[in-house]
Design a protein around this ligand. Structure first.
Ligand code: GAP
Length: 508
């Protein structure tokens, strides 16, 4: 992860936001290469989700919506995370990410009767790959420190939401290592509030949207009244969402301003919603593989029934094996008719679809695949990042860093490199090719330093192909260039027509 974060900064993929002022936790800027990569992810999704399907239309709704939208959706009352404060260090934790265990010892010489076991204290640790191991180590240290003899029981990790009220004061704060400073968990609403208009009072409160999904529900009637969509059909949207996360972390994985790509697929209430849910689950996995994520890094997590979000009948997450652990990438939820029913109730405007066959008005149900652009971008970078060896100018192998990005996502598709900078015949031909390519693709022109260095620069940026304009190009018949492929580093001669055909095939 450190190597990737450093590459992102060094090569202009991702910067901390407002860095000259010390940064702002949970906010990021995408630099020149990052902006291209992100745009390519959005475009690939839009192309496959909207343009290449007959049953899905696009939407761009406003970020700030009527505050009643969020009352109807349940976000004002229920979009909360459990927050725990440490009164001493002033640190704040998400209770479900703060783990603790009772340290239990079976005293020496006792029969193995459980009533003899005694709790000698508590240990705590934050959620990580090693949470249980860390708790076990801390338990051993506590036993040594208290000089208790006897057999230490293996720790059983629980999160702070599972603590009994009498345990709150006994659990040490992860910041100080001492008990007594953690508050009971309380619900913290994650929506960012603002005021609309000149008055700053309760009547002008509005929210930055915490999801794009509500836009599709609120415009459901507009879409069916102004287009020719017929059930089943979907409305898709890409846009920014905002959540005042208690603990933004893992680089861009969990941030406070992020971008979502969501699609609400409306189906008849009598339709087989489970089959539709399964079909979308498969579509999403296939799509992730199509943009280059290896199948081996993907897995599924079925939300247990008792932990489902208030609107969900079934939710399955597609998980990605990030360097910091297996984490949620894409959530596919069956939302029933919850949202349309709520908006019907709160607005008083019927949210119905006329079923021609049954000659009846119905409220459709919804299957929702919801994913974060930033999370896909991070997964794509993690999967693409590699270190291998490449020959230097003298043929000696040296370490190279390469981003093996799918060509469709690569920020720059081709780099045009004149062999020598000051040779006008080479530079002129290179500039002409560059100008022609530039009309259709994001391309780079690089004439600085030796060819090996220039290849290395493009490898780090994930550019799939480099074309070098050399003496054979201008002296021999055929007007061919050296085409060098990023992953195999293989070189071959190619002319302009074949180059355009290759790009057309690989990128479209
Ligand atoms: N409309 C449903 C919804 O928003 P969610 O599981 O809360 O569901 C959907 O969010 C997706 O948005 C997640 O799977 C994740 O990819 C992305 N996401 C959510 N919170 C995020 C955050 N704080 N930072 C980055 N991405 C986030």
């Amino acid at each position: 992860m450190d190597a990737l974060v450093s590459l992102c900064k060094r090569r202009g993929f991702i910067y901390p936001s407002s860095e000259i002022y010390g940064g702002l936790n949970g906010f990021f800027d995408y630099g020149p290469l990052g902006a291209e990569l992100k745009r390519n992810i959005r475009n690939a999704w839009w192309q496959d989700m909207v343009h290449r399907r007959d049953d899905i239309v696009g939407l761009e709704s406003s970020i700030i919506m009527h505050p009643k939208v969020w009352e109807a959706s349940g976000h004002v009352a229920g979009f909360t995370d459990p927050l725990v404060d440490c009164k001493v260090s002033k640190q704040r934790y998400r209770a479900d990410q703060l783990f603790f265990a009772a340290v239990t010892v079976e005293p020496e010489n006792s029969a193995s009767d459980s009533s003899e076991k005694q709790i000698i204290g508590y240990v705590s640790a934050l959620e990580s790959e090693r949470t249980t191991e860390e708790l076990q180590e801390k338990a051993e240290t506590l036993k040594r420190k208290k000089a208790v003899r006897g057999k230490l029981e293996p720790v059983v990790a629980r999160d702070f939401t599972e603590a009994k009220p009498e345990e709150y004061a006994l659990i040490p704060s992860p910041a100080t290592g001492e008990p007594g400073s953690l508050t009971p968990p309380r619900a913290f609403n994650m929506m960012f509030e603002t005021n609309v208009g000149a008055m700053r009072d309760a009547s002008s409160i509005a929210y930055l949207r915490p999801e794009t999904a509500q836009g599709m529900f609120v415009d459901f009637k507009n879409v069916i009244d102004t287009t020719r969509v017929k059930l089943p059909f979907g409305i898709a949207q890409i846009g920014k969402s905002f959540r005042n996360e208690i603990t933004p972390r893992n680089f861009i994985f969990r941030s406070r301003e992020f971008e979502q790509m969501e699609m609400e697929y409306f189906i008849h209430p009598d339709a087989d919603w489970l089959a539709c849910h399964e079909a979308w689950l498969k579509w999403c996995q296939d799509w992730l593989k199509s943009i280059g994520l290896p199948e081996s890094s993907l897995s599924l997590y079925e939300h247990p029934k008792e932990k489902l979000a208030f609107y969900s009948r079934r939710t399955v997450d597609i998980m990605f094996n990030y360097p910091f652990g297996v984490q949620e990438l894409w959530g596919i939820a069956a939302r029933s008719d919850y949202d349309l029913q709520q908006h019907q109730k709160f607005s008083g405007v019927p949210q119905v679809y006329f079923d021609e066959a049954a000659k009846a008005r119905i409220v459709p149900h919804v299957i929702e695949p919801a994913v974060g652009v930033d999370r896909i971008l991070l997964a794509v970078l993690c999967a693409a990042y590699a270190e291998d060896e490449a020959p230097d100018e003298k043929g000696k192998l040296e370490k190279r860093t390469v981003l093996r990005l799918h060509p469709r996502l690569a920020p720059c598709k081709v780099a045009v490199l004149p062999l020598l900078k000051n040779k006008e015949a080479l530079a002129g031909r290179a500039r002409a090719l560059h100008a022609k390519l530039q009309r259709r693709y994001a391309v780079a022109y690089d004439d600085g330093g030796n060819i090996g260095k220039r290849y290395r620069r493009q490898d780090e940026a994930g550019t799939p192909w480099c074309v070098t304009i050399d003496f054979d190009t201008i002296e021999k018949p055929g007007d061919t260039f050296t085409l060098r492929e990023r992953d195999s580093m293989k070189q071959e001669r190619i002319d302009e027509k074949a180059l355009f055909a290759l790009l057309d095939e690989k990128l479209n």
